[in-house]
Design a protein around this ligand. Structure first.
Ligand SMILES: Cc1cc2nc3c(=O)[nH]c(=O)nc-3n(C[C@H](O)[C@H](O)[C@H](O)COP(=O)(O)OP(=O)(O)OC[C@H]3O[C@@H](n4cnc5c(N)ncnc54)[C@H](O)[C@@H]3O)c2cc1C
Ligand code: FES
Length: 250
């Protein structure tokens, strides 16, 4: 059950171009959270709506969030200092299914890598296929995942790190060589669709984590509804993680 937490900011630092890591002293929230869940952050009185952000780590009873500065809300957030308090509603949403035997493959691109970090932290048999525009963008994520996963596959759009191309161009080869019990994807929708296509074609279960603009975050306003093969669903309450077959009708 979600709650409002009055948390203390332990650190709020830029980790690479345009991306910040926010670390909160929030032991109860950390304990209550499952990989893939998110929080709604009240950033300032000036902004009526809270901002949804994924929980990337709950290690050492601290909640870590990685966010990209996009607009007013995330800009204000990036100016907050350690020692300040932050009003957080969470944990929200369903999260990934962690009841899996065998190996799982995480497939992520851009900020979609943030929620996958929370899976890698809790699951000791995960491998990752990660993609980004350039080496400089991916190096930071590589360092974050390195202690947590068994194996890496990397693509960059410009070929400066790993294989040149998108994650979906390398995925078929990865799925041919390794045997996975499940694939979890988060990133641009076109990437998740391609991942689901390759994965489901090999009868491997696939879960995808979705983003929609949100208001309440609690299933009350219907603002985040999407069409699925099982009817209208709310991304904040029924998701953000869905079985790929429900979303893509493949
Ligand atoms: C479940 C979920 C988890 C997310 N996790 C992360 C994360 O871990 N790291 C991260 O960097 N970003 C994440 N996002 C996206 C993040 O919520 C937006 O980038 C952020 O709300 C932008 O706010 P803003 O005020 O800076 O931008 P503005 O563009 O000024 O925002 C205007 C309004 O649009 C909403 N909005 C804008 N972009 C998005 C978006 N992509 N998704 C949802 N609402 C949006 C804002 O919440 C706000 O209400 C997540 C979104 C969802 C739905
Ligand atoms: S954001 Fe209100 S129902 Fe999902």
């Amino acid at each position: 059950m979600e709650k409002i937490f009055d948390t203390k900011i332990l650190s709020n630092e830029k980790v690479t171009e345009g991306i910040f890591r926010l670390e909160l002293d929030a032991p109860q929230l950390a304990e209550m959270s499952n990989p893939g869940q998110f929080v709604e952050v009240k950033i300032s009185d000036e902004l009526t709506l809270r901002r949804p952000l994924g929980i990337a780590s709950t290690k050492d009873n601290r909640v870590r969030i990685f966010y990209r500065v996009i607009g007013k809300g995330t800009k204000f957030l990036s100016e907050k200092k350690s020692g300040e308090n932050l009003d957080i509603l969470g944990p929200l949403g369903n999260g990934f299914d962690m009841n899996v035997d065998g190996k799982i493959l995480l497939v992520g691109g851009g900020m979609g890598l943030a929620p996958l970090l929370s899976v890698a932290e809790k699951f000791d048999n995960a491998e990752i296929l990660m993609g980004g525009k350039t080496k400089s963008e991916l190096l930071f994520w590589y360092r974050e995942f390195r202690p947590l996963v068994r194996n890496f596959f990397v693509t960059t759009d410009d070929g400066t790190l790993g294989r040149k191309g998108f994650v979906t161009s390398l995925l078929p080869a990865v799925l041919e060589v390794e045997k996975y019990s499940a694939v979890y994807a988060c990133g641009p929708e076109v990437m998740m669709r391609g991942t689901a296509f390759e994965t489901l074609a090999r009868d491997i279960p696939c879960q995808v984590s979705f983003e929609r603009r949100m208001a309440c975050g609690l299933g009350a306003c219907l603002g985040c509804s999407i069409d699925t093969t099982k009817g209208r669903k709310k991304v904040c309450k029924d998701g953000p993680v869905f079985d790929a077959r429900e979303i893509f009708d493949l």
